[in-house]
Write a protein that binds this ligand. Structure first.
Ligand code: GAP
Length: 539
């Protein structure tokens, strides 16, 4: 599914059915923070458990056909602040940021134009240009533009700071000159807005418009993304600490502990799932970019001359893993980073990207697989004065291991599964159902009595008590059976079992299949086996 999903509808379903709620909603929310509701946490845990199983408990077989060595870790969110100096985050974890001089909102400089095209004033302006135009390309029609700029309900209300609203005469004369210079040229709306905002800079001093109000933005300034706090009673520079912006550094800090205690030999990996915090300048696209999120990261330590081989190995394994979750092949791609895109620590990096509804037809990041060289261990060795070299008993050599890092977003994985599952269907009362792979569905089975009388609830509750030991399931007696099926369709529950009048006669229940809405009867004693088989068989 994915690319055709309207994000507003998906966000509404997530709220309606208890997947994701805006954090602090009763206080008006807080930008960049989300709460995972009863179904959201179950979905998130299912993804986390699948990762842990395939990364830590049953890691893949290596190129030699033997299982890889992997251990798990849960390190502290707050570490000694020297960690973040050594890792480069205090000096280098910055985004360029611009502030609007009119409305004082902050924006990431590299997101401004994307946000302009999503802004209400830009949409209104495009509609104005589109009136009477047959396609996307528009002429720069001065009269239309002036009407928009001066109309109280449009320009003045939507973007009082926009160049053309504040200074229509200068803009109009610029448009007249532009048309004279280039009478044949057609612009798409964004191009036209860029011209209005930037090309007339010399004449008017007007700059890139604020996506919110159209006002002037300041020059970009660097802004550190780490959240700061204080440890202890005294709040000064000496007690300043940071919330971790990635789980990875906790792994590097424990590299020596693991080597000393776990009898591991190179190559081996340390895996961790946990919260990370980034004071993102422009959190957006629902849970795609938030300020508090969860990562699933693994650091693979290996000999320097084997790093390339392992980089290629993990690249393939990680794509296979995402596909094992039922994500369509067409919605996933690899994207190699260009040299000038690489993070300060990285020798090579490839992203697994997904076709999100808001990036489509393009793709956006889901996971990065980075060749970090020996950057992190070398930095921590220098800053902590603790030896982090590995002694290879076979070759009698000492060296700082190189690292390959598959780093993925758990909460981004939740978004991908939500997008992928969303399936509009106007043949059913809910108009939509969530087609989760049964293994990841938050609820595997609904267990219902057809009516809340005639001994049916008692039989259904007994069945529920047996099944809940093995599978997450929901017992529900309220409302009509049609309404209960509709709720389960939106929750993405693959199977519903209904106890009805026939159950007492021949010990059978109805199974209703989510995807086809087909119904069949099976023996009540077979329900557990039915679920186990279906979940095991599902692709
Ligand atoms: N240790 C390397 C590292 O943290 P990253 O590419 O910055 O690399 C890894 O982050 C993954 O974490 C990303 O691919 C993405 O899935 C997720 N992620 C990063 N920033 C995020 C944010 N603000 N909100 C949600 N997920 C985020």
């Amino acid at each position: 599914m994915a690319a055709n999903v309207e994000m507003e509808q998906l966000v509404a379903l997530c709220k309606r059915r208890g997947f994701v709620f805006p954090a602090s909603e009763i206080y008006g929310g807080i930008n960049g923070f989300w709460d995972y509701g009863p179904l959201g946490i179950q979905l998130k845990n299912n993804i986390r458990d699948h990762w842990w199983k395939h990364m830590v408990e049953c890691p893949p077989l290596g190129p030699d056909g033997h299982p890889l060595q992997m251990v798990g870790l849960d390190s502290s969110i707050i570490q000694n602040p020297k960690t973040w100096v050594a890792s480069g985050h205090v000096g280098g974890f910055n985004d360029p940021m611009q502030t609007c001089r009119q409305c004082k909102k902050l924006f990431r400089a590299d997101h401004v134009w994307d946000m302009v095209s999503d802004s209400p004033w830009y949409k209104s302006l495009s509609e104005t240009f589109a009136e009477g135009s047959t396609n996307d390309a528009v002429g720069l029609n001065g009269e239309q533009l002036m009407r928009w700029a001066k109309d109280k309900k449009r320009g003045k209300k939507l973007a009082p700071g926009m160049a053309v609203v504040r200074n229509p005469e200068v803009t109009l004369s610029w448009i007249a000159e532009e048309i004279e210079r280039n009478p044949e040229r057609q612009y798409n709306v964004l191009e036209a807005v860029k011209y209005l905002a930037t090309e007339q800079l010399a004449a008017t001093g007007l700059v890139t418009p604020c996506p919110n109000c159209g006002g002037d933005l300041t020059e970009p300034r660097m802004f550190n993304l780490m959240f700061e706090s204080y440890a202890g009673a005294v709040q000064d520079e000496s007690s300043k600490v940071y919330l971790r912006p990635e789980t990875a550094q906790g792994i590097f800090l424990n590299y020596k502990n693991i080597v000393d205690t776990m009898r591991v030999k190179l190559p081996f990996g340390i895996a961790q799932v946990g919260k990370a915090f980034r004071n993102e300048v422009t959190p957006r696209n629902f849970i795609f970019r938030s300020r508090e999120f969860e990562q699933m990261e693994m650091e693979w330590f290996c000999a320097p001359d084997e790093a390339r081989k392992w980089y290629e190995f993990w690249k393939e394994e990680r794509m296979k893993w995402w596909m094992s979750m039922g994500i369509s092949k067409d919605n996933l791609i690899f994207r190699d980073h260009e040299e000038d895109e690489l993070a300060h620590y990285s020798k090579a990096c490839v992203d697994v990207e997904y076709k999100y509804p808001f990036t489509s037809p393009a793709f956006g990041e889901l996971e990065g697989i980075a060749h970090r060289g020996n950057f992190d261990l070398t930095q921590h060795q220098e800053h902590s004065k603790t030896k982090l070299e590995y002694f290879d008993q076979e070759t009698n050599e000492r060296f700082v291991p190189h690292v390959i890092e598959p780093a993925s977003g758990l909460t981004r994985g939740v978004l991908v599964l939500l997008c992928e599952a969303y399936t509009p269907d106007d043949t059913r009362p809910s108009q939509v159902y969530m087609k989760f792979h049964p293994r990841f569905a938050p609820i595997k089975a609904g267990i219902f009595p057809l009516v809340n009388k005639e001994g049916m609830p008692e039989i259904a509750e007994k069945l529920y008590m047996e099944i809940r030991e093995k599978f997450t399931c929901q017992f529900d007696v309220k409302q009509s059976i049609g309404k209960r099926y509709a709720r389960m369709d939106e929750a993405g529950t693959p199977y519903c079992f209904t106890v009805d009048g026939e159950t007492k006669e021949n010990n059978t229940v109805t199974v209703r299949h989510r995807d086809t809405q087909a119904q069949e009867r099976i023996n009540i004693d077979q329900v557990e086996k039915f679920l186990a088989d279906k979940i095991a068989q599902a692709e």
